[in-house]
Design a protein around this ligand. Structure first.
Ligand SMILES: Cc1ncc(COP(=O)(O)O)c(C=O)c1O
Length: 352
């Protein structure tokens, strides 16, 4: 009944979305604040008639707004149904083989298997940082993808380091920088697409713009690469970004000051939470994202995950080498993080 291809598929495992009870949900890096006023006002006065027609397949207005925000031209912008879709189109369009860090976003190997792309994983530095030096293969320079900040660690590579890497790297091999978390304290590489024709920067509105449910992501690159992504899109589905999502994206991206305030609250709460956990003896990776990757002294990650879940708090545990001693905790509101810290103090007293 199933195709030969289908028998070999191993899908990505998304973070839990349980509906059995209400949880403080700190496991999938969603934004704890609602989308800003412009989005809310638009949603309150939607005319159902706008859904009668197919969406704009070129996403003209949305791409214009993204281009203005990034200081680029609309021809440098592609948008898709979440950055997951944009990334998967990039893998299809640009990679026969690819190198990426051993510990990173776990959708990358899934796309490789899905499209039959050969993958090489590059060991991390001892502190779990990305080793850019090691990303350069000696024998040939395969395309590469790095998440910056990386997931699940939240650790960040300075823009200058990426720029240096781009100068040294084969200009014919694609380099993708996945900037899903860049708004939480990093500096984007978007401007570098003008000087590096092999660079693709991928962003999402899921995290910094509170729009995980709208599914909106985008890629920034030179026109020939963007044109290639349109060819891939039009070979799957001409309209991956629906009319509502396009309209919502335009509002979200032009409501800058309130959005900035939400991001700043998240950054402040992250630093406050990291400080409190460190005071309790936890080891916490330096984060420029909306989450913390951290470990409780003397306990493994699965223990922390399960004990918190019993108490109504969801965090993410990764059953992978070098990650098992830790959990990844998304940054919620200050009140949610206070509840987390209280629960953490309680579970620290549980017998081993
Ligand atoms: C590094 C990274 N890239 C991309 C994504 C996908 O985000 P979305 O498909 O919601 O835009 C995620 C989601 O968690 C991520 O962690």
């Amino acid at each position: 009944m199933l195709s030969e291809r289908m028998r070999h598929l191993t899908p990505y495992t998304a973070g839990e979305q349980p509906r059995d009870r209400s949880y403080i949900k700190l496991n999938t890096n969603e934004n704890p604040y609602p989308p800003t006023g412009k989005v809310a006002r638009f949603l309150k006065r939607i005319d159902p008639d706008m859904l009668r027609l197919y969406p704009d397949p070129n996403m003209t207005r949305l791409r214009q707004v993204i281009a203005e925000r990034e200081g680029l031209a609309p021809e440098n912008v592609f948008a898709g149904n979440g950055s997951d879709e944009v990334l998967s189109f990039c893998f299809y369009a640009f990679f026969d083989s690819v190198r990426f860090p051993q510990l990173t976003y776990s959708f990358y190997p899934v796309y490789c298997d899905f499209y039959g792309i050969s993958k090489t994983t590059v060991p991390m530095k001892p502190d779990l940082g990305i080793d850019l030096e090691a990303m350069v293969s000696r024998e040939r320079q395969d395309p590469v993808i790095v998440a910056n900040p990386n997931s699940p660690t939240g650790m960040y590579l300075e823009k200058a380091e990426i720029e240096k890497f781009l100068h040294r790297y084969n200009q014919e091999s694609i380099v993708i920088v996945d900037e899903a978390y860049i708004d939480f304290g990093g500096e984007t590489c978007a401007g570098l697409i003008n000087t590096h024709k092999n660079l693709v920067v991928v962003r999402t509105l899921s995290k910094s713009h509170s729009l995980a449910g709208a599914r909106l992501g985008y890629a920034l690159a030179g026109k020939p690469l963007i044109d290639a992504l349109f060819v891939v899109k039009d070979s799957f589905n001409s309209y991956p970004v629906d009319t509502l999502a396009q309209e919502i994206g335009v509002r979200a991206l032009t409501d800058c000051a309130p959005n900035r305030r939400n991001i700043e609250k998240i950054i402040a709460t992250r630093e406050w939470t990291a400080g409190k956990l460190a005071e309790m003896g936890w080891s916490v990776k330096p984060s420029r994202s909306n989450f913390l990757f951290c470990s409780m002294p003397g306990r493994d990650g699965f223990f922390v995950y399960s004990e918190l879940k019993k108490r109504g708090i969801l965090v993410r545990y990764f059953d992978k080498d070098r990650l098992r001693d830790s959990v990844r905790i998304s940054i919620g509101t200050r009140k949610q993080m206070q509840s987390l810290l209280t629960a953490v103090q309680v579970i620290a007293r549980e017998p081993t």
